[in-house]
Design a protein around this ligand. Structure first.
Ligand code: RI2
Length: 314
């Protein structure tokens, strides 16, 4: 099946699957960029044939990782633009140009949304705040970096984020940009929570009831924050809201290789040990104070209103 796709598209699929490209916003942009380039790779006789080929490429890319809703949401904007162009009666050449433009618009809007989240989120960061962040979220970093650039004296605690240690990426980025950073084991979160004024994390998906799917460990941190009355901010673009949750569907949690948790050589020596390696967990809305999007700040309970507005269901 995948033989019909360009090697570039297959490489993007592989990069997302193996997490060479990772982070919910980044994988959405990478997939949309791959589809944009595929437009001029596929040779077809009619707009309908082109649609069929692009739909197959879209489904292939969607299957690279299951949880981050930004991925199908980004890909669907491309597919919808093909449907729209066909409905308008565009010839193949104009259709391809139109779809390429729409794909580029999604990419630009995604980058702008992350910047805007920084500008909005920083309003909730005050001078002297100590922030805790988990994993490596560009949107959460945007809030932290904007606050720092505005001259706020902040300190940031970053959890390692086992088993893949994406916290190191965040710690290195923030330290390289002059921010006071302390890297801690995930298991030290409770010990240090008393020093934390705000938890700032990203999201891979948001359910319409305001529950947030983010890197494994996020819900533990949010529960600890709740226990110590520390505020929890989620920074996420609106394309991370999951439409399927409106119809009662659940968000699939990606299970990754056991060898990310323990080396194969060790597990081979202990064949009776089972390993579970979920990539994400779900933080219930009651543990989240507010969600910062490019459209503004919402309490988790307000996400349903935002969703209805975005999808014109109100
Ligand atoms: P941005 C990442 O997932 C992390 O869970 C992070 O919090 C989230 O995506 C959002 O990242 P993974 O790809 O879109 O590392 O804010 O599994 O960059």
């Amino acid at each position: 099946m995948s033989e019909e796709f360009s090697s570039k598209l297959k490489q993007t699929f592989e990069d997302i699957r193996t997490m060479k490209v990772r982070g919910a916003g980044r994988i959405a942009r990478a997939a949309v960029a791959a589809l944009r380039d595929e437009i001029f790779y596929v040779s077809d006789s009619s707009p309908e044939e082109f649609y069929k080929r692009m739909q197959a490429a879209a489904n292939f890319l969607k299957s690279s990782r299951p949880t981050a809703v930004s991925l199908p949401n980004g890909i669907n904007t491309v597919i919808k633009s093909i449907q729209k162009g066909i409905a308008q009666g565009l010839d193949l050449k104009s259709l391809k140009e139109y779809v390429a433009k729409e794909a580029e618009t999604f990419i630009q809007k995604s980058i702008e949304a992350q910047k805007k989240i920084g500008e909005i989120g920083t309003k909730r960061i005050v001078n002297g705040d100590t922030i805790l962040t988990h994993c490596n979220s560009q949107s959460a970093i945007s809030v932290i970096e904007t606050a720092f650039k505005e001259g706020k004296q902040i300190k940031v605690f970053v959890t390692e984020t086992r088993p893949r240690f994406q916290g190191r990426l965040t710690a290195a980025y923030l330290a390289d940009h002059g921010i006071d950073v302390t890297l801690i084991p995930d298991t030290a979160a409770r010990l240090y929570m008393r020093k934390i004024d705000k938890v700032v994390v990203g999201a891979d998906a948001i359910a319409v009831n305001g529950a947030v799917v983010n890197k494994i460990g996020t819900s533990q941190i949010a529960a600890l924050a709740f226990e110590s009355r520390t505020r929890v901010m989620v920074a996420a673009e609106t394309y991370k809201i999951s439409p399927q949750t409106y119809w009662g569907e659940l968000i699939e949690i990606e299970m990754r290789s056991p060898y990310e948790v323990a080396p194969k050589s060790w597990l081979d020596k202990h064949p009776r040990i089972k390993v579970m390696n979920p990539a994400f967990d779900i933080t219930p809305p009651q543990y989240i104070d507010f969600i910062v999007t490019e459209k503004g700040i919402y309490p988790p309970q307000g996400i349903i209103m935002l969703f209805k507005e975005l999808y014109e269901l109100a």
